[in-house]
Design a protein around this ligand. Structure first.
Ligand code: LLP
Length: 388
């Protein structure tokens, strides 16, 4: 059930808006940190999932570091109290000024994604008279079962340094005086529900790390990226994702050298389930083909995941009167002038009416952060459970 309750006699604020259940966020953080602590693992929150200051405050207080994919995210993390020693910076296209900013901050590590990037980071660090920590992001060629747009660790993907190029990368590192290799970084994709994929990743990392060690490279850390998936079909069955199974899989499969630290970059699993998009039905209509549509005031400008990845989000009608109504077959669509602006097609849904309030669940990750102003729409505000 949605955590956003409609109180009789109390007006619902203007829709659409995001609503965040901070209790669930805290419970999620407690579980994630407790499970990681069993093995001494470190979590860096993937800022790309959501940067609402309230949410960042909770995450920072829980002791997580930050995983950033732009200089702007690095700056946002610093401004929200994350210590630079806990910030990692990945991304295939870091611009010079983003690198310069991160060098100035003295972050934990640059996750470098190409041989050319190693040279650029070296040059920009030299300009500031610094030696910076670098982890090589290696593309391990592991194929997880997830949407092709959110899988990143396969040989044809743009991410990382190919595992066939590690020889060259090492030779380059020896010749560059302002970068110091401290670790390896991997990330095979997102919304991964099968633990076997992570076990496979760990197996590949063991081989790659052993190769570096055989060349005399001391790896102070291994960074396994993020990717733990959540239950979008049935968010109430698993409000807190399976952190126990996730970390246990690495513990059982990843070989860790003495003194080496293990890091993770989790985004979706930390924030997805605590967020909902609250919207109203503006109009209902039936097409010539007999399909019923409910048109909402939220659209792909607020939540692009269904349009972009055909992603499923559970939708609930929160209006009390809807509970007693019969069920129908509805498509729920937004107001944007794009045929792909549909949240769900032909789902079993209570007969809906103009003014009904709906919740689109599991939208705390990659929801508000991917919003746009298309059709000149304003960015939807956020509300939090502790404000009511
Ligand atoms: N580390 C790196 C290097 C990444 O590229 C990502 C996500 C993460 C960590 C965090 O992954 P997570 O734990 O959230 O799975 N917009 C898409 C997801 C894109 C994920 C991109 N990278 C979506 O809405 O599903």
């Amino acid at each position: 059930m949605s955590k956003y309750t409609l109180t009789p006699g109390t007006a619902v604020p203007p829709t659409p808006f995001y609503y965040y259940d901070l209790d669930l966020l805290r419970r999620t953080l407690e579980t994630a940190t407790a499970e990681a602590a069993k093995y001494g693992y470190h979590i860096h929150y993937a800022m790309k999932a959501n940067v609402e200051p309230h949410i960042l405050r909770e995450i920072q207080r829980a002791g997580l570091g930050a995983d950033c994919v732009s200089g702007y995210e690095v700056q946002c993390a610093v401004e929200n109290g994350f210590s630079p020693e806990k910030i990692v910076f990945a991304g295939v296209g870091k611009s010079d000024h983003e690198i310069e900013y991160a060098v100035r901050q003295g972050i934990f590590a640059f996750n470098c994604e190409s041989l050319q990037e190693l040279e650029v980071v070296n040059e920009l660090a030299a300009k500031q008279g610094k030696v910076v920590n670098v982890a090589l992001r290696i593309n391990p060629n592991v194929q997880p079962e997830t949407h092709k747009y959110i899988s990143t660790g396969q040989s044809e993907s743009k991410f990382g340094i190919s595992y066939t190029e590690v020889d060259q990368a090492l030779a380059k590192l020896h010749s560059l005086g302002n970068i110091r290799i401290v670790g390896l970084h991997f990330h095979i994709g997102s919304q991964i529900r099968k633990m076997e994929s992570f076990a496979e990743l760990a197996g590949r990392v063991n081989e790659i790390a052993a190769w570096f060690e055989s060349k005399g490279v001391e790896l102070k850390h291994l960074n396994m990226g993020g990717g733990l998936g959540i239950d979008y079909q049935n968010p109430d069955a698993e409000p807190v994702p399976d952190f126990a199974g996730y970390f246990r899989t690495f513990h059982e499969n990843l070989r860790v050298a003495p003194g080496q630290t293990v890091h993770f970059e989790l985004g979706r699993s930390i924030v997805a389930q605590c967020g909902e998009l609250i919207t109203r039905v503006l109009y209902t209509k039936t097409t010539a083909g007999g399909s019923d549509f409910a048109i909402t005031d939220a659209g792909m400008t607020e939540l692009i995941r269904p349009a972009l990845y055909s992603a499923h989000h559970k939708i609930e009608n929160l209006t009390a009167a809807a509970k007693g109504r019969p069920m129908g077959l509805y498509s729920i669509a937004g107001p944007i002038c794009e045929s792909s602006d549909v949240f769900a097609r032909d789902i079993e849904f209570p007969v809906s009416k103009r003014g009904d309030v709906l919740s689109i669940r599991s939208t705390g990750a990659y929801g508000s952060i991917m919003a746009s102003n298309y059709n000149m729409r304003p960015i939807a505000p956020s509300r939090f459970s502790d404000e009511k």
